[in-house]
Design a protein around this ligand. Sequence first.
Ligand code: UD1
Ligand code: MG
Length: 466
Amino acid sequence: MKLATVILAAGFGTRMRSELPKVLHPVAGRPMVEWAVCLGEAVSQLPPIVVVGHGKERVQALLGQRVEYAVQSELLGTGHAVRQAEHLLRGKADAVLVIYADTSLLQVATIQNLITLFENNHTQPDFAMAMLTVVRDDAQGFGRVIRNAAGEIQEIIEEVDCTPEQKAITELNPGIYCFDNEWLWDNLSKIPLSKKGEYYLTDMVGIATAQNRKVATTLAPLEEVNGINTRVHLALAEQVIRRRINEKHMLAGVTLIDPETTYIEDTVEIGSDTTVLPGCLLQGNTRIGANSQIGPHSQIIDSEIGNYCRITYSVMEKARLEDHCEIGPFGRLRPGAHLAEGVHMGNFGEVKNSYLGPGTKMGHFSYIGDTHIEATANIGAGTITCNYDGQKKSKTVIGKDVFIGSDTLLVAPVTLGDHAMTGAGSVVTKDVPANTLVYGVPARQANRNDATLASDSPNVDVTHDE
Ligand code: UD1
Ligand code: MG
């Protein structure tokens, strides 16, 4: 069966009270409309058709070529929205699945159920459509499902148009339908204008039954069909998706000490035997290896973390840690920070756009920006790379086994050769040759024999900068 998907995403989303179009509000890190697109992609080979209107440029900028678009230039309701896709679909599919972009909790299995129901009935000549319904005491403004004495669905009445008796009905319309393609396009124009001045897609049920056509229904799981209309709904949806994501990771071998306070976006990957402590946010395009420990209270955005790493009370964005790295407490890795294997970065360190070679130790209070450190350097407490002169950024290069004394300022551009050393409080304004000790302000070479220095300190014990 050739199934097309239409996603309605043109509405104002007035109840969100937001500058941002409702369908672009993120749910667990992913814009609402993208959840719907993922569903469409999971159940059909054809690219989903997204009906855009309010904020259409922003929705299109997000989804790009991934979907096709139909434009609703006047927002005249959900029925009117679907009509905008007619020219793309008439004669081109057997069935049309319509979902609203504000139903982010829907799962593929539920849509599959609906499609199966449709397929089981589709061969009957008088069949028009299949839809999900849900039974819930709290109606939350949903349309009510009206059935006749024989229990057959007759129509859907929007809450604003309900009589008090109809209002008490607990079977509701979650807004997920599968229509016979030709029947849909032949009948959409028959929807009458509502009192509210809109064309309700929900009227298609009444139109079908008036033609003695069959409408098949099946119940949807309650949790999956909460439409997101306000920020209260948004927070509830977030909670459900977060729980699902956390359970997926736990079942795959990740320990979450307190899932309630662990926020992992859908896009994040975590290796087994990694433990995430309370209060962590793992976001965007983040990949974490196995046997690592993250948190407590850390935020990792778009970053890559290897195996056996430990991150405590720290923030990382667009940064990379190879295996066996240790960050924090209170470390900050900004975009372009790359820490090679076994790097230790202690409290109050900040690294931006820099490579810290294997085994580098940076225990306390340092800023390293636009810097390349070859390997096993010891960065003394309070070291600052002065990478910005007010006009331009410059680079610092630090060789192998360099020992930077506490409180050194490295005024970039500057290069320190292998095994160089700086005294505490130095302000280094000129390159330092290999095997050379400099000290003072501005830093100058110590009156010492280079050869002696080299033999004195080839193995500066970088772990003992306490
Ligand atoms: C709709 C249903 C209601 C159902 C509920 C379930 C109708 C008339 N009502 O109400 O029966 O219980 O969803 O969540 O369908 N949209 C457009 N163009 C428009 C209007 C809306 O594209 O002109 C889009 C919106 O962006 C949104 C979706 O359609 O994604 C649903 O619109 P919304 O205003 O949220 O409808 P509800 O009042 O929730
Ligand atoms: Mg809604």
